[in-house]
Design a binder for this molecule. Structure first.
Ligand code: GLA
Length: 381
């Protein structure tokens, strides 16, 4: 073999290897995770923003402050990516404004505990009250205001962010030190999966959720979105938004979402529960046989074709239609959030369970492991 032939041979092999590599990387696109600094809190703690992207261009950004979903972009039926959550563009937005829990992790207790107190093991505990007489979404400094420790997780078909936080014994009035892990995963099947886990040093109560506000379309409100909630019953509330304890059948009421119905179809009816909450702000009792992951709700936005499906292991879901939004918040891209600009589907145990013996228990004992899963799945139709 001449030197020229040998050189040509080597060149050919090198080129083929390079071509093969290019083909391989093109054939198997990978989900991505990217980190960027996102500012510092008032206590000078630095906050990072992680952007997770799957192979279908779905993109979710989560920050370490509050484990907040800052942005979520999904395609419509023409493939157009659009922001579908409410919130702010910057950390300052969340710190300076009184954020109504936009995209936040909620703990230790999702929704209200009446009069901010409950008894456990023969002792009465008093929690911080931050909503009239009630304790709401974990109190004055809930998990939505904590800076979480982060770990990136890379898989073949998904990318994830693991967030850890230890809530001290006595924080906001709760007994026991609670070690919490929340695991966000974005899969190539267009699912944003949230796994919550916790352990405690003393008997306590726990009920974790996420408070993302969605608007799947381009309208300023969500009234044309169609909703199905897989529930035959809901928990009616008192004037203080505390469940009365009754599990009421939805049949014949504007709470009946057993078949897809536009949010705006009945929201202004002269129904006592709707008047009380100024719209939908109630917990639905999900139809389920056991604690396995099952469909809780489905939301369709007819113009864009975007569909959101919610799966959970939890027994309930709080369907909230942004009734407290009043046009005073200027959010992402300068958008002013008027009433009903977004809706929430907060998977959870029922509000005020610690004071309602007939509701599924929210008690966690030392040695037990709290573990729940919720999936937000995005589809186009
Ligand atoms: C929840 C509650 C509402 C309201 C919002 C936050 O979903 O059920 O009543 O407090 O959070 O504004």
């Amino acid at each position: 073999m001449t030197n020229l032939n040998r050189s040509l041979g080597i060149l050919m092999v090198t080129l083929s290897c390079q071509m093969l590599l290019t083909v391989m990387t093109q054939a198997a696109p990978q989900p991505q995770i990217r980190k960027q600094p996102f500012g510092t809190t008032t206590e000078k703690k630095s906050v990072d923003l992680y952007t997770l992207t799957n192979i279908n261009s779905i993109e979710v950004s989560i920050m370490t402050y509050g484990g907040i979903v800052v942005s979520l972009k999904v395609p419509d039926r023409k493939g157009q990516l659009q922001e579908i959550t409410l919130g702010y563009d910057t950390l300052d937005g969340y710190l300076k404004n009184n954020s109504p829990y936009f995209g936040a992790l909620i703990g230790r207790y999702g929704n209200r505990i009446g009069k901010g107190k409950f008894s456990l093991g023969g002792r009465e505990y008093r929690l911080a009250t931050n909503n009239g007489e009630s304790h709401l979404h974990g109190g004055v400094r809930g998990f939505d205001k904590a800076v979480w420790k982060q770990t990136e997780v890379r898989g073949q078909k998904s990318v994830g962010l693991k967030l850890d936080y230890v809530s001290a014994d006595g924080e906001e009035g709760y007994p026991g030190a609670l070690t919490v892990t929340v695991f966000y995963t974005l899969t190539n099947d267009n699912e944003l999966k949230i796994e919550y886990a916790a352990t405690t040093t003393k008997e306590t109560i726990v009920n974790l959720t996420n408070h993302a506000y969605f608007n799947l379309g381009a309208d300023a409100n969500i009234l044309k979105h169609e909703v199905m909630i897989n529930a035959d019953r809901f928990t009616p509330i008192s004037e203080a938004f505390i469940p009365t304890g009754e599990l009421k059948n939805v049949k014949g009421t504007p709470m009946d979402f057993t078949t897809l119905t536009a949010i705006g179809a009945r929201i202004n009816q002269k129904d006592e529960q709707l008047i009380r909450a100024n719209g939908y702000d109630h917990n639905w009792v999900l139809n389920r046989k056991d604690g396995s992951l099952s469909l809780a709700a489905r939301v369709e936005e007819p113009t864009s074709g975007r569909v959101l499906e919610v799966f959970t292991t939890e027994p309930g879901v709080q369907f909230y239609t942004g009734n407290f939004l009043d046009g005073t918040i200027k959010g992402k891209a300068g958008k002013v959030y008027q009433q009903r600009a977004g809706f929430c589907l907060e998977t959870q145990h029922f509000p005020d369970s610690p004071n309602k013996p007939n509701f599924p228990s929210t008690i966690l004992k030392p040695g037990q492991k709290y573990a729940t899963t919720t999936i937000y799945r995005f589809v186009v139709e």
